[in-house]
Design a protein around this ligand. Structure first.
Ligand code: GMT
Length: 374
């Protein structure tokens, strides 16, 4: 098959899923064309069968906001025309789903089909914002197939945007060879923590939905009487709020602000606990990658998180904003080595057994094949 993937290239789960899926499809002999304004950070451009098409957005003094969606639709049209692409797979509805539907309308004789995968905030935040809701709903309805990354997101899509939409749940997956405790590198760990210190990690895009101040507050309370360090991986609008919070609570010297890191597997494998106190999380791929790396996860009872993190077995879950409970769960895990080891093992097992790529790849391939079969 010839497939075009339209996705956000920046650090974030939807781009990761698109890149990982594309590379696996290519490994199975498919031709996969990535279309974006930059190479997705997890995409290895040297993989056989992978092609990258950069969307160039011309600026013009008349445009206060250069129309990226139009440039993307135009590039998708070219890719369908010149490369014979049969499927456009849009990851994250805005603007990919609309651009894909536009491209399809411009070249109906090609028979190209549009698959949209909804990832979370494209429905819960941006997609349901009045300024985008109408066009997002339309693009979803016009797609030939729509998939969601969790049953929770299916319900949210029905409730907030498209009540009658047919949705197929295909969960996210993790490569448990790459995300593995075996990737741990003692020298790397020693850069961040003394031998007696434990390492807590948080990975996100530091948007308000991630509640990064709760990460700092919970860590500060949990480590009042113990010695641990916090790795804050990523960047985004709430970075300075989190840094202010750290100064206010007097824990700045215990925190390393690492910014975005492309290859986090070896770093995660050096850590002992993952903290993700999100307001909403359709799936929580960051938590899954941490689990595969052998980290128990302390997170919130939000969105699809309870399907990934089993409370009491692979970590603990608190109500959103309940910093005391988050801190207590972290404290317990940081002080009880036996419990931590048991949960680490169960987390790794659950990630490997329930969220491997084989089944997920089959489901996406089946989705494409159904659309292409006469
Ligand atoms: O979490 C983000 O803000 C990034 C966003 C994305 O699309 O890149 O993540 C969403 O998609 C991921 C992959 O499917 C999910 O694992 C995340 O839970 C989801 N984020 C939210 O729902 C907030």
């Amino acid at each position: 098959m010839k497939i075009a993937m339209a996705c956000h290239p920046t650090h974030g789960g939807s781009g990761v899923v698109a890149a990982e899926l594309g590379m696996r499809l290519a490994a199975r002999g498919n031709e996969v064309h990535f279309v974006s304004y930059e190479r997705p950070f997890r995409l290895d451009p040297l993989t056989r069968g992978i092609h990258f098409h950069e969307v160039e957005v011309s600026s013009y003094p008349l445009f206060r906001y250069p129309p990226y969606a139009l440039a993307l639709a135009n590039e998708l049209l070219q890719v369908v025309k010149c490369e014979g692409v049969e499927i456009i797979h849009a990851h994250y509805a805005i603007p990919h789903s609309l651009a894909a539907v536009l491209a399809r309308s411009m070249i109906p004789e090609s028979g190209v089909k549009v698959v949209t995968t909804l990832h979370g905030t494209d429905i819960t935040l941006v997609g349901s914002d009045p300024s985008y809701a109408g066009i997002t709903r339309w693009a979803i309805e016009q797609s030939d197939r729509v998939t969601v990354v969790s049953d929770w997101l299916a319900s949210a899509t029905h409730e907030k945007l498209a009540p009658d939409q047919n949705l197929k749940t295909i969960p996210n997956a993790v490569d448990s060879k790459i995300f593995s405790p075996q990737q741990a590198n003692p020298q790397l760990r020693a850069r961040f923590a003394a031998p007696e210190e434990l390492l807590v990690a948080h990975v996100s895009n530091f948007r308000p939905v991630k509640r990064v101040q709760d990460v700092v507050s919970a860590f500060a309370r949990a480590t009042r009487d113990s010695s641990a360090r916090l790795l804050m991986i990523g960047q985004g609008p709430d970075l300075s709020l989190a840094q202010d919070q750290a100064r206010k609570l007097g824990v700045s010297e215990k925190i390393c602000w690492l910014g975005p890191i492309d290859d986090i597997a070896s770093l995660l494998a050096c850590c002992d606990l993952f903290l993700l106190p999100s307001e909403s999380e359709s799936f929580g791929l960051a938590a899954l990658e941490a689990m595969a790396s052998g980290l128990p996860v302390v997170s919130t009872l939000s969105g699809g998180i309870p399907d990934v993190v089993t409370a009491g077995e692979t970590g603990y879950l608190a109500e959103v904003g309940d910093v005391d409970s988050l801190a207590e769960h972290c404290r317990v895990l940081l002080t009880d080595a036996q419990l931590r080891a048991k949960m680490s093992e169960t987390a790794r097992l659950k990630a490997t057994e329930q969220f491997g790529w084989d089944q997920v790849l089959r489901e996406y391939e089946k989705t494409y094949e159904e659309l292409l079969s006469p």
